[in-house]
Every structure is written in structure tokens, then in C-alpha cells.
Design a binder for this molecule. Structure first.
Ligand SMILES: NC(=O)c1ccc[n+]([C@@H]2O[C@H](COP(=O)([O-])OP(=O)(O)OC[C@H]3O[C@@H](n4cnc5c(N)ncnc54)[C@H](OP(=O)(O)O)[C@@H]3O)[C@@H](O)[C@H]2O)c1
Length: 284
């Protein structure tokens, strides 16, 4: 691929898990990858991989407007240095999520999560759309496989409901320019976020008042047990990287792509009437 025909993709949250796997997979296959990370040490680790097509963009914290505009400028300069006319894709991947009942949820953490998953991607879109238009681009959104409220997991799933709306709204708004907005629906994937969520739950529970703990202790233990029961069957993040590669390569991309453990059953659940889904979820 000559430099100027090379397709450039920005991946947010590239330091670990799905974002890292996507960044590496795409860079190894000829895409120029702008790998957004928050910390200098993660940028160094990515640079140390020796992949010539992988360019760390740091800092890119999705809760910080100055990082987002700065990343837009960095990417524009880098593209112009390389003679590449525009950005081919943005992959909105950055996100965390944590287990907590709404009643006891750490509100600052929740605010950061909504900023990361919802506010930040819109700001990033504003910073990169001129480049995406020049690059004949597309926007991809990493999401869970089916829209479902799951007790104690609202930090992920509430963002997914909203992200679903954002991505579909964007598809409508950008249709005149032929810029598709594509959902990448991921089932249960084996990433560092899984163990981290259990560690963070234990740390939160240690801080709650005994009255608060008493209210939710049993239900949370049961939830953690049911989440852990899925862990052995989680899919490798490279499965999502392959899916993203496909969604980037398809001339007429689908609106949604699915992969990963439990993604089929979750997609079916999403199609059921809401009262039925609620009854099923309450019985878990
Ligand atoms: N794992 C699954 O089963 C699964 C399933 C469906 C969807 N997802 C979604 O996939 C995405 C990636 O999750 P993962 O499982 O790969 O987790 P992960 O390994 O923990 O990776 C999360 C990435 O997001 C970054 N990040 C978090 N907050 C950020 C912020 N404010 N600004 C910029 N970057 C931020 C992290 O950076 P730091 O290293 O700096 O924290 C890290 O690079 C998330 O949006 C998650 O909801 C995951």
C-alpha cells in the first residue's frame, strides 16, 4: 500500500483489551492506526511493539475536552506529513464500567463513565468529522451485544442504550455524505476489565456503610457468582479485532456486526418485548 492510499483509523482506549487487540490487528494488516491512550507509559509500551503502522496518540482521555481537540490536531498533522488526505475511521472503544447498585453507586465514577462513553465520542466526532469526510470515513462503536438492563451493571448497559441511540442518530445525520455509523456488538470478551470489575466491587463494598452493605450484600454476591460463571467461556479480544477489520473492509457495511460469547442469545433477548425481558432479568 502506498503511503497516500493508506487508510487511517483512530482507536480510543488502545492500552488494553479490545482496543489494544484492534489496534495491533489493524496495524499488522496495513492500516495506519492512531492508538489513543491516556498514559505516557502505555504510549511507550505501544511504541515498543515495533509496529510501524501503530502511532500512539497521547494523552487521549475521553473525559478531557483539551485531549480530544489535541488528538484531532495531532492526527491532522500526522496525516498531512504522510500525504494521507483524511481519516478513514474512528473506533469508539474507550470505556470501563463497574458493578454497583444505583443506590450506592459512586456518582463521580458514573459521571466519568458517561463522559467517556457518551459525551467524549460526540466531542471526538466534532474534532474529526472534517477529516472523516476527506477520508471517505466511517464511525464504529464498540457495544455490548444486546440492549438489556442488567441489575448492578447499569454503568455499562445504560451507556449502551444511549450509545445505541447516538450511533443510529449519527447514521441518519451523516447519510447525505455516505459516512456509515456501525455498531460492533461484542459478547463476553476476556479482557483485563473483567477481573478489575471484581476487584473494584470488593473495594467499594469495603467502603459502604454496614447498612448499605446489608441491603445488597447477598444480591451482589449472587450477581458476581453468575458473572464469574461466564468467565471461562469468554472470547478472545482478537475475535472482535477480526470483526472490526471486516466492518472496515466491507464496501457496503452492515449497521451492526456481532461476535463473542453470548452475543447470539443477547441479540435475541433484545428483540423480545420489554416487559418480558424485565421479567426474565428479575428472575436471574
Ligand atoms: N470485555 C467485554 O466483555 C466487553 C463486552 C462488550 C463491550 N465491551 C466494551 O469494550 C470496551 C473496551 O473494554 P475492554 O473489555 O477491552 O476493557 P479494558 O481492557 O479495561 O480496556 C478499556 C480501555 O478503555 C480505556 N479507557 C477507560 N476510560 C477511559 C477514558 N476516560 N478515556 C480514554 N480511555 C479510557 C482504558 O484506558 P486505561 O488503561 O488508561 O484505563 C483502556 O484502554 C468498553 O467500552 C466496554 O464497555 C467490553
Amino acid at each position: 500500500m502506498s503511503n497516500h492510499n493508506q487508510k487511517a483509523v483512530l482507536v480510543t482506549g488502545s492500552s488494553s483489551g479490545i482496543g489494544r487487540a484492534c489496534g495491533m490487528y489493524l496495524a499488522e494488516r496495513g492500516y495506519l492506526v492512531f492508538a489513543g491512550v491516556r498514559k505516557g507509559e502505555d504510549a511507550d509500551k505501544l511504541a515498543g511493539l515495533g509496529l510501524k503502522n501503530l502511532v500512539p496518540v497521547c494523552p487521549l482521555d475521553m473525559t478531557k475536552p483539551e485531549d480530544i481537540t489535541g488528538a484531532g490536531r495531532t492526527i491532522e498533522e500526522e496525516l498531512s506529513k504522510r500525504g494521507i488526505p483524511g481519516l478513514y475511521a474512528v473506533l469508539n472503544n474507550a470505556g470501563g464500567g463497574f458493578i454497583a447498585p444505583l443506590e450506592l453507586m459512586d456518582i463521580d465514577k458514573w459521571r466519568r463513565e458517561t463522559e467517556t462513553r457518551l459525551v467524549g465520542p460526540v466531542a471526538l466526532l466534532q474534532a474529526t468529522l472534517p477529516l472523516l469526510r476527506k477520508g471517505g470515513g466511517r464511525v464504529l462503536w464498540i457495544q455490548t451485544p444486546g440492549l438489556m438492563p442488567i441489575a448492578f451493571d447499569a454503568s455499562i448497559h445504560a451507556c449502551d442504550f444511549a450509545s445505541n441511540c447516538l450511533s443510529r442518530t449519527l447514521g441518519q445525520e451523516l447519510k447525505p455524505w455516505g459516512i456509515p455509523s456501525i455498531q460492533i456488538r461484542c459478547g463476553a470478551i476476556s479482557t483485563p476489565s473483567v477481573e478489575r470489575s471484581y476487584r473494584e466491587l470488593a473495594a467499594s463494598m469495603a467502603q459502604w456503610s454496614s447498612a448499605g452493605l446489608e441491603l445488597y450484600n447477598e444480591a451482589l454476591r449472587k450477581t458476581e457468582k453468575s458473572f464469574r460463571a461466564m468467565d471461562a467461556g469468554r472470547s478472545d479480544p482478537e475475535m472482535i479485532a477480526r470483526l472490526v477489520f471486516r466492518a472496515l473492509g466491507d464496501r457496503k457495511p452492515k449497521r451492526r456486526y456481532h461476535a463473542g460469547a453470548m452475543s447470539g442469545v443477547s441479540a435475541v433477548m433484545e428483540c423480545l418485548p420489554h416487559p418480558l425481558v424485565d421479567r426474565i432479568m428479575e428472575k436471574r
